[in-house]
Design a protein around this ligand. Structure first.
Ligand code: ZN
Length: 219
């Protein structure tokens, strides 16, 4: 399905669809649940624009490459090109906030990690980044104190609080911009809280943040 960034009301956002820069292990409790150490500096990886698909009304997962886990994450939409910025200039570069699923082929990723290989085939495949519509920064409110949740088939699975981020949003943007130029239309996935688990075809998901509910189905 073709993808374009959208606002909550369904209108198109006049920005191209760029890369997704993702951070690993940004919540200590999630690092622990996978038996990983909490890193000294953010662990970054990329998903190409071809990984991005609409979250709703449905998305698909690979059927023949082992378990595919949900990782529910706050997504930040970048509104202007930035490079090597200071933390104080990060807020001005943010066009909006939404929710994303950082889909992860966990069995494959575990094999790759063991062998010391890159993670891309487990995390950057076509469709690996279902993305909700975006809200304006003022609609989200304080991104340092924001709760977000995922339920699967009515069961609570993930409950995140941005207060728990090891590297919070503005610091993360400034850090990423030292390494990768961020272009208008790029997104940042800010890490997942604990509670990741495998998805199955037919699962009904509800992702929510500040009163916005995004419903979807694993097709
Ligand atoms: Zn993730």
């Amino acid at each position: 399905m073709s993808y374009q960034h959208q606002w909550l009301d369904g209108t198109a956002i006049n920005l191209p669809v760029g890369k997704a820069v993702c951070v690993g292990r940004n919540y200590a409790a999630h690092a622990k649940e996978l038996g990983n150490v909490v890193p000294d500096a953010p662990i970054l990886f990329l998903k190409p624009s071809t990984a991005i698909v609409p979250l709703s009304p449905s998305f698909s997962i690979p059927s023949d490459r082992g378990s595919c886990h949900h990782e529910t994450e706050i997504a930040v939409l970048i509104g202007q090109t930035i490079s090597k910025i200071d933390v104080k200039d990060a807020a001005a570069a943010i066009a909006g906030y939404g929710l994303a699923l950082d889909l992860t082929l966990r069995d494959l990723q575990n094999q790759l990690k063991k062998q010391g290989y890159p993670w891309e085939v487990a995390k950057a495949f076509d469709g690996a980044c279902p993305l909700s519509p975006f809200m304006k920064p003022e609609q989200l409110g304080d991104v340092y104190h924001t709760a977000f949740t995922l339920t699967v088939n009515g069961e609570p699975r993930q409950h995140g609080l941005t207060d728990d981020m090891i590297t919070p949003v503005y610091e993360l943007i400034a850090y990423i911009s030292q390494i990768f130029t961020l272009e208008a239309g790029d997104i940042i996935l800010t890490g997942t809280p604990e509670g990741v688990a495998a998805l199955a075809t037919g699962d009904q998901l509800v992702l929510s943040v500040v009163g916005q509910r995004f419903e979807t189905t694993v097709a």
